[in-house]
Design a protein around this ligand. Sequence first.
Ligand SMILES: *[C@@H]1O[C@H](CO)[C@@H](O)[C@H](O)[C@H]1NC(C)=O
Ligand SMILES: *[C@@H]1O[C@H](CO)[C@@H](O)[C@H](O)[C@H]1NC(C)=O
Ligand SMILES: *[C@@H]1O[C@H](CO)[C@@H](O)[C@H](O)[C@H]1NC(C)=O
Length: 390
Amino acid sequence: MIKWYIIKATFLALLMVQMLTMVSLYLRHNNFFSTDTLTKNPSKVHILIVSSWRSGSSFLGQVFSQHPDVFYLMEPVWHLWMNMKRSNAKVLQMAARDLIRSVFQCDMSVYDAYLPEKPKASDLFMWHVSRALCSPPVCDLFERTQIIKEDDCKTLCKRSQFNKVAEACHTYSHIALKEVRLFDLKSIYPLVHDSSLNLKIIHLVRDPRAVFRSRHESSGILSIDTDIILNGYGKTDEEVEYKAMKEICNSYVNIYKDATNSSLNVFKNCYMLVRYEDLVRDPLEKVKEMYRFAQLDFPPNFEEWIYAITHGKDFGKNGMAFKTTSRNALNVSQAWRNSLSFQAVSKVQDNCKEAMSVFGYKPVKSDRVQKLMSMDLLLPMESNNGSLKT
Ligand SMILES: *[C@@H]1O[C@H](CO)[C@@H](O)[C@H](O)[C@H]1NC(C)=O
Ligand SMILES: *[C@@H]1O[C@H](CO)[C@@H](O)[C@H](O)[C@H]1NC(C)=O
Ligand SMILES: *[C@@H]1O[C@H](CO)[C@@H](O)[C@H](O)[C@H]1NC(C)=O
C-alpha cells in the first residue's frame, strides 16, 4: 500500500515538473519574457544603422564610429555576400541576421568562414573607418578619444591582430553596425526580442534622385551587389540602374512600413527614421537627436568636428567612392538637380513613386522646375502622417 502511494506521488511529481517545463517553454517561445517585461537587462546598447548604397550612410557611420563610447563596424554582411556572389538577397537574409547578432555579441568567430587563415584586423571590410580598430586595444598608436583620419589609421594600424577586435568590442558600452544589405525588418524581429540585445535602429533614407546620381558615379564598384539585389539579372544595359533603384526604393518603404506597423508593434521604441537631407540641413541638431535616441552623450569637441565634415573643411579627403566626403554636404545633396537629365529624373521618379511620397520628396514635372534651385523639393515629414517623432 505504502509502495503504491510512493509510486503515485513520484508519478504526480514528475507530471508536475513536465507540465511546468512545457509551460515555461511555451512562454519563452512566445516571447512572454520579452522586451520590456522581465529578463531584458543587457549591459550594452546595440545600434543598427540601416540604409542603402550611396545614401550618405558612410557619413552617418562616421558620426557613430568617432564617438569614444562606440565600437563601430561597417557592413559586416559584405563578407557574406562576397562569398556568395551567385546567391540572392532573399536567400542570404537569415544568415545576414545571424551574422549581425553575433557581431553585436562581440563573437567575432562568426567571421572565421570568410577570412583568410591567421587573419588580421585589417582583413575586415573597411576596417580603417572604424575608430575602434584604430585605437587601443587594437592599435596603440592613437588615443581612443581622438578623432582619427581613416588614411592615417590605414597606414599605421594595418598589422593589428584579429583577436584584438573581439577584445576591443567587449570594452565599449555601445556597438554600432552600419548595414546596407537588409531589405526589410521582418528578418530581424528576433533581434528585438533577444534578451541579450538592446537594439536601436536608425534608418537612413535619401532622395532617390540623389542616390541615383551617386550610384551612377560608382556603378563599377557596386556591380556585384547590384547583381545580388537583382537576383542575377545579368545584363548590364542601362535598365539595370533603374531596376536597382526600384529595389532600393522598395526596401526603404518596406523597412519603414515594418517599423511603423502598429499591428506588429515590435519596433515602437527602437526605430528612428532619418532623412539624409534633414541631416545635412541641420547636422548638429540631428546628430544630437540621434545620440539621445542611442543613449550617447555629445562629446565636447564634436560640435567643431561635425561642422567641419559637413562644410568641406579638412577632416578627410574628397571624392573617392566609399570615402566619407567632406564637401559641402548641403550643396552636394542638391547636385543631382543640375547634373541629371530631366529624362533620367522622370524615370527614377516613376520607379520610386511610393518612396518619394512616403518620405516627402517632391517629384519635378519639368526640366525648368528641376533646375529652379529656389524651389524646395523636400516636404516636411509630419504631413505624411508617419510616427516620425522619436
Ligand atoms: C502590418 O502587419 C500585419 C501582420 O504582418 C500585416 O498583415 C499588415 O498588412 C501590415 N500592415 C501594413 C500597413 O503594412
Ligand atoms: C555649390 O556651391 C557653389 C559655390 O560654393 C555654387 O556655385 C553652386 O551653385 C552650388 N551648387 C548647388 C547645387 O547648390
Ligand atoms: C493622418 O492620419 C489620420 C488617421 O490615421 C487622419 O485622420 C489624418 O487626416 C491624417 N493626416 C494627414 C495630414 O494626412
